[in-house]
Ligand binder design. Structure first.
Ligand code: GLC
Length: 728
């Protein structure tokens, strides 16, 4: 879509449109015509089906969201064809990590450190979404999240901007496919613009006070990467930034987004975020909220009905220039045209595709592969895993059954189609299965006699698999937690089971990093299994029985204590850095804990250990316009083939803006046979060393840099080089 050239078809249409018809194109409502999942948003301004059909025929609404189904979609599209100008409807939905085939939550997929995998799962999500009449997904969520108390950590790619950029772009490519006009492509919506992951205290919807330097260096790059990958819509966030709500932030949605980044797509508000300007105390009434949101650059209003109610009058009264209205309509029509909707309004409304392209075996196979590649094994003391399939297993905990498998953002899937831990393990063990299942406790409450039954089962087993963690409702939107721990009832269960002395394998289900305590922390083996989706049980079983060697790594730091949040690996040194084992007094530490991670970003292991030879540098200096190669020989010293995520970190020792103690600048996931070695090399240039300086521009400064090739953000031995001045 060339945003600069005027399209004659669109210009001719705009010339014929009334102001009311133009406003209609900027109005988005929840789709009451089709099956949808109403309980994921506040119940506000919901329109009855008959009202909606009248609105569509009258040209008063241009888009619907979160409805699926070809029949209902055709009904709505038919109504649009009965309108005066026959402008096709646009159908959006929250297809965050799959539609009917549910993939691991985005945070889990980030743990694979395989953006290509995320591109594949997004592609399948698009195939399934378009098979049921969806043109537009409100994904990927690209918010960098450094505070694990925030419930929406689960929807993104974690705490690191380098990883976040790669996954943002990969997911956009997957969703939008080779061409937006293809019947199986959906419009992507990198969201939420901007810095929603930086809400104070990890409290959802809270204020964001942040330097422009941090905005530009940490929170903007995943959006820029997503737009560079071709995303043609974005969603304004609920939060304010330095006192200006993101949904009425002209600097953000016009000067930066369109002026600096050249974004030509459409901006849609988050759910009633325009009306919420009043609650923010930023607008006095609906009319002012409408004007502030629209004039800031929010093209389309989601669910509030504010634009439908007030925008036309604001134009008539001269408070909103007609030219500005036309520009927003132009963007929406251009996106609809790019999707092929003008050529075929019934695009993605093919009953045969609805029957053939959803929840296919191939999709489930990919879900299985994505799930097992997202699992992170944090420890495996005494090689408890893998188990023999004939092992006597006590499967204990409230997360072994057919619930809480999908994660918090799956609106259109049937949980009954997913594979539970109990089913997956039993099927995998086959005729050799000796698995006794005891719930032991509820998610958030003890069960009368539950612990006693669990202890008895443990005593009769060779090994305990402890299925514990968060329920789906404990992560996601509006699910901030003050204590990011395993719920008390489950911790008590773990403590009791551990006292039996049997080896315990924790299968940790979670939408965020947790502060692991006591028997959970001290278990022999910990598998972080996130929310893995449709193939949860089969993927976990593959790792438990050794049919798959786990290769995931943490995309978020697991702290010692909740009170450390926001904790992230790429923090600043401070003037009094605390070093483990060093002087504690008068250093940046807590009385109760080291200010470090129990398991750092990038941590994880498999069944095969790897060694890293000393990091080699091609030279001690990096010329201003040159490059330096950093390499290390990696060896699989184990007895089975395995994968290793080889990570490249730098540290800028001295700069005009203080720099993090480590920054991820590259990674390579390699597969090695037992005993095999590989030389892994990365090339660094000055561009890799840039940061946002005091003048808010990306700059590099000559000087000393540390560099690591390491298995995590907290391990490895650095080497150093100097970036030379341009004159040297
Ligand atoms: C929600 C979320 C947003 C979602 C939208 C529509 O409040 O913030 O991510 O896409 O509303 O459901």
């Amino acid at each position: 879509m060339d945003g600069n050239k005027k399209d004659p078809q669109i210009e001719a249409l705009i010339a014929r449109m009334t102001i009311d018809e133009k406003v209609g194109q900027l109005t988005l409502y929840a789709d009451e015509l089709r099956t949808n999942n109403p309980n994921i948003n506040p119940d506000v301004n919901r329109r009855k089906s008959a009202e909606l059909l009248d609105d569509i025929r009258a040209g008063r609404v241009g888009a619907l969201f979160n409805g699926i189904g070809v029949v209902g979609g055709r009904l709505a599209q038919q109504a649009a064809q009965e309108s005066r100008l026959k402008i096709p409807m646009l159908f959006g939905a929250d297809v965050i990590h799959g539609l009917r085939t549910v993939f691991p939550i985005p945070l889990a997929e980030a743990a694979s450190f395989e953006p290509d995998l995320a591109e594949k799962t997004a592609r399948v999500a698009a195939v399934e979404a378009t098979a049921v009449g969806v043109h537009w997904t409100f994904a990927p969520m690209v918010d960098i999240a450094r505070d694990q108390r925030w419930g929406r950590v689960c929807e993104g790619a974690g705490e690191d901007v380098f990883l976040g950029k790669l996954f943002a772009a990969a997911r956009v490519r997957g969703f939008q496919g080779a061409s937006l006009a293809n019947d199986d492509s959906v419009l992507a919506t990198p969201k939420h613009l901007a810095a929603y992951g930086a809400v104070a205290a990890g409290l959802d919807y809270n204020s964001v006070d942040i330097s422009e330097q941090s905005l530009r260096e940490i929170h903007f790059p995943p959006f820029e990467a997503a737009f560079a990958a071709g995303a043609l819509s974005t969603m304004s966030a609920f939060n304010d930034i330095n006192g200006v709500p993101s949904s009425a932030n002209h600097w953000l949605s016009t000067e930066v987004l369109r002026g600096e980044w050249g974004f030509k797509g459409l901006v849609v508000s988050d759910y009633t975020a325009d009306k919420e300007l009043i609650l923010h105390g930023f607008a006095e009434n609906d009319q002012q909220a409408t004007r502030l949101a629209f004039m800031a650059g929010v093209d389309m209003s989601m669910q509030s009905g504010l634009y439908a109610a007030h925008l036309a009058k604001l134009v008539h009264d001269g408070e909103v220039p007609l030219k500005t209205l036309d520009e927003s309509v132009r963007r929406v029509l251009r996106v609809k045209k790019a999707l092929g909707l003008f050529d075929n309004p019934y695009r993605s409304l093919d009953p045969s595709r609805e029957a053939s392209d959803v929840a296919t075996p191939a999709h489930r196979k990919l879900a299985h592969e994505a799930a097992r590649r997202s699992i992170v094994m944090l420890k495996n003391d005494n090689g408890v895993l893998p188990l023999q399939k004939s092992a006597r297993i006590a499967l204990i905990g409230p997360l072994a059954d057919q619930a809480n498998l999908h994660g918090p953002w799956t609106l259109f899937a049937n949980e009954s189609e997913a594979i539970s831990l109990q089913d997956g393990l039993t099927r995998a063990a086959g005729n050799d299965a000796h698995i006794k299942v005891v719930k032991g406790a509820e998610i958030d409450a003890p069960i009368e006699g539950g612990i006693a039954a669990a202890v008895a089962a443990a005593q009769g087993a060779d090994v305990v698999l402890l299925a514990i963690g968060e329920s789906e409702r404990m992560s996601g939107e509006a699910q901030s937690r003050t204590e990011i721990v395993v719920p008390e009832a489950q911790q008590a269960l773990a403590e009791a089971v551990a006292k039996t002395g049997k080896p315990v394998v924790v299968l940790l289900r979670t939408g965020r990093a947790l502060a692991l305590k006591g028997a959970v922390r001290d278990a022999s083996t910990i598998l972080v299994t996130w929310f893995l989706g449709s193939e949860t049980g089969s993927a976990v079983a593959d790792v438990v029985f050794g049919d798959f060697n786990p290769s995931g790594r943490l995309p978020v730091s697991f702290p010692f204590e909740s009170g450390q949040e926001p904790y992230y690996y790429n923090h600043k040194a401070t003037g009094r850095p605390y070093h483990a084992g060093g002087l504690k007094e008068f250093t940046a530490r807590y009385r109760e804990t080291d200010n470090a991670a129990l398991y750092s970003f990038g941590s994880g292991m498999g069944f095969a250990p790897f060694t890293y030879d000393e990091t080699q540098l091609s030279g001690e200096s990096l010329p201003w316009n040159g490059e330096v190669t950093v390499s290390s020989r990696i060896t699989n010293t184990g007895k089975v083939a395995g994968e290793e995520v080889v990570q490249l970190y730098i540290r800028d020792r001295v700069a005009s803006i203080t720099r993090p103690v480590r920054e991820l600048k590259g990674f390579r996931k390699i597969q090695l046979a037992p005993g095999a070695s590989a030389d892994v090399a990365f090339t660094l240039t000055r561009k890799d060393l840039e940061f946002v300086g005091a003048d808010l521009k990306w700059i590099a400064e000559p000087g000393a840099f540390d560099v690591w090739i390491a298995p995590s953000a907290s391990t490895g031995t650095p080497k150093s080089f100097r970036l030379l001045d341009r004159k040297e």
